[in-house]
Design a protein around this ligand. Structure first.
Ligand code: NAP
Ligand code: ZN
Length: 388
C-alpha cells in the first residue's frame, strides 16, 4: 500500500506527472527504443484516473547478479490498487500513468542472478508492496524497510532506479526483483490464497504483533474486506477474543467462520454502546471515510486504535476521546521483509491463507466495481494464466 512518507512526495521523481518511459499501451507505437538489457512483458494497467484497465506492454530489466525473475502466476487485488489507479491519493502520492498495479504477487522463479541465494529456479516465490529501499538507514537495518528514510520503492508507482520512470506491479506476466525483496512461499500454502498475504496478511499481522495482541485480550477488527478478513484470522490465531465490526449484516456468518467470536453491526447505535470502553486494541481496515471517534470510545483505559485503512480524506478526531482513558490512535504500514516471511510461515503453520475469488485478468474492471461496493469474499486474485 501506501506507507506515509517522510519526504515530501513532490521530491519523489515517480510522482512527477509525466508519461513513464518503458511503457506504452500495446496499441500505441513506442516513442523511443527501450533501453538495453530489458525485455518486453505483458501487463494490464490504466492510462488515466478515469480509464478502464487494459492490456499494455512494459519493459522489465534483465535480471542482474542479485535479481530474481519471477513468472507471475497469481496476483491479488488490493483496495490500494483501486485508490492508486483512480488517483484518489493524489495529495500524498499522485499516480503516474500508465499505472500497472498489483503488490500481492506469487509465481515461479524462472531465472536468478549469479549471487542470488534466497531462491532457485523453479521455486514458488512472492513479492509484496516493496521492491527496494536504501538498506542502510536505521529502519532498514532494523528490518523495517517500509519506513526507509530514503523511502522504500513501492512495487508500482515508485521511482524505478534501474530503468527510470516508475515501477510496474503484478498485473503482469513477470517481474524482476532484487532477492532481498523476494519471499519464500511455504509449500503448505495454496499459492493463490497465499498471494493476498503479501499485503492484506502482513498489514494486519504487523500491528497485531507490534502491539502484542494475544490471549486474554479483547480485539476489534473494523471492516470485513481483504485486510479485515485476514485480521480476524490472525487475531484469532494469536489467541485474542475477536469482535468484528461491519456495516454489512450479511457478512456475520462468514465473520464467525473466519474466527470472530462476536459480530457487531456498526450502524446499530445500541449494539455499539454495549461495547463501550471494553477493548484492549482495535484495528481499523476501512477504505472509506468514517467516524473513528465511535471506535476510540470503545477502547479501555490505555487501549489503542490502529488505523491501517487509508481513506484519502482527513479524519476528524475529538481529542477528549484520547484524553479520557489515555487512549492512543496510531497507524501502521505493511511490514518489513523479515516480518513478512515470519507471517507467511505463521499462516502456513496455522493452515490458512486468504479466502479468495479467482478471476481472469479480463474481469479486472468488474472486480474493481465490486470492490468499490464492498462486494468481495474476501479477496480477488487474478489467475495470470489468463494473460497468455
Ligand atoms: P476492501 O477489501 O475493499 O475492504 C474494506 C472494507 O471496509 C469493506 O469490505 C467494508 O467492510 C468496509 N467499508 C467500506 N466502505 C465503508 C464505509 N463507507 N464505511 C464503513 N465501512 C466501510 O479493502 P482492503 O483491500 O481490505 O483495504 C482496506 C484499506 O486499507 C484501503 O484503504 C487500503 O488502501 C488500505 N491499505 C493499507 C495498508 C497499510 O499498509 N496501511 C495496506 C494495504 C491496504 P464491511 O462490509 O465489513 O463494513
Ligand atoms: Zn495492498
Amino acid at each position: 500500500m501506501a506507507p506515509a512518507t517522510k519526504k515530501p512526495p513532490t521530491k519523489n521523481p515517480a510522482t512527477k506527472k509525466k508519461a513513464a518511459p518503458g511503457a506504452q499501451p500495446s496499441k500505441a507505437p513506442a516513442s523511443k527504443a527501450p533501453p538495453s538489457k530489458t525485455y518486453t512483458a505483458k501487463a494490464w494497467g490504466a492510462g488515466s484516473a478515469t480509464s478502464k484497465l487494459a492490456p499494455l506492454t512494459i519493459q522489465r530489466r534483465e535480471p542482474g547478479p542479485k535479481d530474481v525473475q519471477i513468472e507471475i502466476l497469481w496476483c491479488g487485488i488490493c483496495h490500494s490498487d483501486l485508490h492508486q489507479v483512480r488517483d484518489e491519493w493524489k495529495e500524498a502520492m499522485p499516480t503516474v500513468y500508465p499505472c500497472v498495479p498489483g503488490h500481492e504477487i506469487v509465481g515461479r522463479v524462472t531465472k536468478v542472478g549469479r549471487d542470488v541465494k534466497k531462491v532457485k529456479e523453479g521455486d514458488t516465490a512472492a513479492v509484496g508492496c516493496m521492491v527496494d529501499s536504501d538498506r542502510t538507514c536505521p529502519s532498514c537495518r532494523d528490518g523495517l524497510e517500509q519506513f526507509c528514510e530514503q523511502m522504500a520503492t513501492f512495487t508500482y508507482n515508485g521511482p524505478d532506479k534501474h530503468l527510470g520512470g516508475v515501477t510496474y506491479g503484478g498485473y503482469s506476466d513477470s517481474i524482476v526483483v532484487d532477492e532481498h525483496f523476494v519471499l519464500r512461499v511455504p509449500k503448505k500454502l495454496d499459492p493463490a490464497s497465499a498471494a493476498p498475504l503479501l499485503c492484506a496478511g502482513i498489514t494486519t499481522y504487523s500491528p497485531l504483533r507490534h502491539w502484542k495482541v494475544g490471549k486474554g485480550q479483547k480485539v476489534g477488527i473494523v471492516g470485513l474486506g481483504g485486510l479485515g478478513h485476514m485480521g480476524v484470522k490472525i487475531a484469532n490465531a494469536l489467541g485474542a477474543r475477536v469482535v468484528l465490526f461491519t456495516t454489512s449484516p450479511g457478512k456475520s456468518a462468514d465473520a464467525r467462520r473466519l474466527g470472530a467470536h462476536e459480530v457487531v453491526v456498526s450502524k446499530d447505535a445500541g449494539a455499539m454502546l454495549k461495547q463501550a470502553a471494553s477493548f484492549d486494541f482495535i484495528l481499523d481496515t476501512v477504505s472509506a471515510l468514517h467516524d473513528l471517534n465511535a471506535y476510540l470510545a470503545l477502547l479501555k483505559r490505555d487501549g489503542t486504535l490502529v488505523q491501517v485503512g487509508a481513506p484519502p480524506q482527513p479524519v476528524p478526531i475529538s481529542v477528549f476521546n484520547l484524553i479520557f482513558g489515555r487512549r492512543s490512535l496510531a497507524g501502521s504500514a505493511i511490514g518489513g521483509i523479515r516480518e513478512t516471511q515470519e507471517m507467511l510461515d505463521f499462516c502456513a503453520d496455522h493452515g490458512f491463507g486468504a479466502d479468495v475469488e479467482v478471476i481472469p485478468v479480463q474481469k479486472v474492471n468488474e472486480a474493481y466495481d465490486r470492490l468499490k461496493k464492498g462486494d468481495v469474499k474476501y479477496r480477488f486474485v487474478i489467475d495470470m494464466a489468463s494473460m497468455k
